[in-house]
Ligand binder design. Structure first.
Ligand SMILES: *Cc1c(COP(=O)(O)O)cnc(C)c1O
Length: 349
């Protein structure tokens, strides 16, 4: 039933991708005069005079065994935000097609759609931020080219029920994009474990959260080799810099640090989740599988937000998001930051 070629925009199917110098010749040569680079070297302390590998082979070779996928099932981008934009552009003809989102959710899906003149269909999550059976049926019936399922969801922190996602994977005709930016903090297995079963599945992950590399800008998409091939066809030729590729390789070889930070952030989440309910202005602490907690405050979350700002503590005000009235999103910080946050909330008046 799922047919990738009929989902991809006709102009993208037909187009010939840019062929870079590094596409046409790979490997080491004595004299490299094919790319108008500067053979003398680089300004600044390090050498970056050569264009990077356009398809990041070394990083993918290191990442594939870690994620339990094949290198040809990996797309790397300038943050997962690049993958979000490319997925919209791959499938949606501007002024004609639509994407489907389930609010409250991550804001970049909407921005990518608006930027590309793509319509947005919305089916809301339930009060406890899950997919009702009506919503699943609505997704399956939709003509949208792709649906974004954020799990664990931002800003709510919860995993979406796996059975609902599976029903969508089996019934929806477009691409099913499961955004797992927070998967490293979640108690459930990643959907990468189900990649071989679903040709319409795309999983997004990122180096920006548990890896602690938000400033590097490196995002991952896992999908069939056919989908990855299309994303590579339409991406800017050198979308991941040499500096980023080198740094990512070093990070991947520092798994102990990653695991240590991950565990510490999970302990910080538990520490906050245990103490916040005792704070008088806290009404609800929503369960979280991410590195943040969505918290409902009474009587006035924005007053709490302003009070925290006055104390030099910045959190995310989510009060205007659908289903999120009265809430702030609190990122789990260092132990000291968590203590400062709790102390400030206890002193609110
Ligand atoms: C933080 C986040 C991302 C990460 O975006 P990058 O561009 O990789 O930094 C993606 N999706 C969601 C839902 C996020 O919260």
């Amino acid at each position: 039933m799922f047919n990738l070629d009929s989902l991809v925009r006709p102009n993208i199917r037909a187009m010939k991708p840019y062929s870079s110098a590094r596409d046409e010749f790979q490997g080491e040569a004595h004299v490299m005069l094919d790319a108008n680079e500067n053979s003398l070297g680089s300004a600044g302390p390090e050498r970056f005079n050569r264009y990077p590998d356009p398809v990041q082979r070394a990083v993918k070779a290191e990442l594939a065994p870690l994620k339990g996928v094949r290198p040809e099932q990996i797309f790397l981008g300038n943050g997962s935000d690049e993958a979000i934009d490319l997925l919209v552009r791959l499938t949606c003809t501007p002024g004609q097609d639509s994407i489907l989102i389930l609010p409250p959710t991550y804001g970049m899906y909407e921005v990518a759609a608006n930027l590309n003149d793509v319509r947005i269909e919305r089916l809301p999550l339930t009060e406890d931020f899950q997919l009702s059976s009506e919503t699943v049926a609505g997704v399956v019936a939709s003509e949208a080219k792709l649906v974004f399922l954020c799990s664990p969801n931002n800003p709510t922190g919860n995993l979406l029920h796996a059975e609902a996602i599976e029903q969508i994977l089996r019934g929806f005709r477009g691409l099913v994009v499961v955004d797992e930016a927070y998967a490293d903090f979640a108690a459930a297995p990643s959907w990468t474990t189900r990649l071989e079963e679903f040709p319409n599945l795309v999983i997004l992950q990122t180096f920006s959260k548990a890896w602690g590399l938000a400033g590097l800008r490196l995002g991952m998409a896992f999908a069939s080799p056919e989908i990855v091939g299309y994303l590579n066809k339409i991406k800017p030729p050198y979308n991941v810099s040499e500096a980023t590729q080198q740094h990512a390789l070093q990070a991947l070889r520092d798994a102990a640090r990653f695991e240590g930070m991950r565990q510490q952030l999970l302990r910080g989440r538990d520490w906050l989740a245990e103490r916040l309910p005792a704070v008088p202005i806290v009404e609800t602490v929503f369960p979280s599988d991410a590195n943040f907690l969505l918290v409902r405050f009474r009587p006035d979350a924005t007053a709490v937000y302003d009070f925290l700002v006055s104390r030099g503590i910045i959190v995310r005000n989510r009060t205007t998001q659908p289903g999120c009235a009265g809430t702030l999103r609190l990122t789990v910080g260092s132990p000291q930051e968590n203590e400062q946050l709790l102390e400030a909330l206890q002193q609110f008046e």
